[in-house]
Write a protein that binds this ligand. Structure first.
Ligand code: NDP
Length: 314
């Protein structure tokens, strides 16, 4: 019996658009809705999920593989009932990385030119000549996390002309990027960046990592882009750092909690730009093609590039 993809991602109503996407880009793949009352698990079933419900866990344990529509799988691993023995693969693909690089470029250049101030001035009808003359080739950008997304983002920034460094858990080499690794080298990495980009995964080791002491290692007035997870940041410490000039500005695509309540102080801070977790989401067609390739790889007994190491947590 050939592989079948059972889809719960984005809820019952989204199935039809997933079905159409698979039909157009991967017609060879059989799909079915997790919510179809007639569905009975088969030995070659693979699940496509985002945030499965607790009552889905028992059946997920019978799957041959699980593909998540997100690149971060912390929410799945945090669930006590999640079947950790089933191969779990994260969302990836060229478009996901490209979209993330586009977003980070926008955010870094916006911080460099203080675009936030222009937006505030425009709301007030204020014409104030506040030119910033620091070009990209004289700007140091540090990328934390050099995985599937971080490595790509770092190289795109380097190709644009930024002076790029990166920080990760284990040693590595990356063309055009100065790489540091481990907690012992974190202060030195931070001391050498004008704009810091966070692309770490959420794990017990990275939760709350970005606090006031951490931010104090940056050169005074650095910029901060968070596209990793809101949980990495101690929110009061970020606000303190923005208020006392430790940071000159922040662009946040991820916050805690999501959606961010209307009453949260982050919304109204003049030095913060918030986007609603939109940095990188490939089109449904691109995601369907990627999922079909991952399932074909698993069905052949091979290891997909973005197979999650559940012990490591990413
Ligand atoms: P990967 O798992 O491919 O890469 C993770 C990187 O982080 C690796 O380089 C790893 O180092 C490093 N890392 C992990 N733990 C530590 C640690 N304790 N100290 C130092 N470095 C560490 O992840 P992706 O690049 O695919 O994605 C990164 C994150 O981006 C996701 O987990 C998610 O949170 C976020 N994301 C956000 C999106 C958005 O729209 N805002 C969209 C997609 C993802 P090493 O290689 O040495 O193990």
């Amino acid at each position: 019996m050939s592989a079948r993809i059972v889809i719960s991602a984005d809820g019952e109503k989204a199935f039809e658009s997933w079905r159409q996407a698979f039909a157009s880009v991967a017609p060879e793949v059989e799909v079915c809705s997790w919510y179809d009352p007639t569905w009975e698990p088969r030995p070659d079933d693979y699940a496509l999920v985002w945030k499965p419900k607790p009552e889905h866990m028992e059946r997920l344990a019978q799957m041959k593989g699980i593909v998540c529509t997100g690149a971060g799988v912390d929410h799945l691993l945090a669930h006590t009932g999640f079947p950790r023995h089933v191969p779990l693969v994260r969302m990836g693909g060229e478009q996901t990385a490209r979209l993330m690089a586009d977003y980070v470029l926008w955010a870094v250049i916006g911080l460099l030119r203080d675009a936030r101030t222009w937006a505030v001035q425009q709301q007030q009808g204020l014409w104030r000549n506040n030119v910033r003359s620091q070009p990209s080739n004289m700007t140091r950008v540090g990328v934390m996390g050099l995985g599937h997304l971080g490595a790509y983002v770092a190289q795109v920034l380097a190709n644009v002309g930024f002076c790029v460094s990166g920080w990760k858990r284990s040693p590595a080499e990356l063309d055009g990027v100065t790489v540091k690794h481990g907690m012992e080298n974190l202060p030195a990495f931070l001391a050498d960046v004008d704009v810091l980009v966070n692309l770490l995964p959420a794990t017990p080791a990275t939760d709350g990592l970005i606090d006031y002491t951490f931010l104090s290692h940056l050169p005074k007035g650095a910029g901060f882009v968070n596209v990793g997870r809101g949980r990495h940041v101690v929110q009061e410490d970020l606000l303190r750092a923005l208020d006392d000039g430790t940071l000159s500005g922040a662009v946040l695509d991820v916050v805690t909690p999501e959606p961010l309540p209307e009453s949260n102080a982050l919304w109204r801070h003049p030095r913060i730009t918030i986007t609603p977790h939109v940095a990188s989401e490939a089109s449904r067609g691109m995601q369907a093609r990627y999922v079909a390739d991952v399932v074909a790889c698993l069905a052949q007994g091979e290891k997909p590039a973005l197979l999650c190491d559940v012990k490591r947590g990413y």
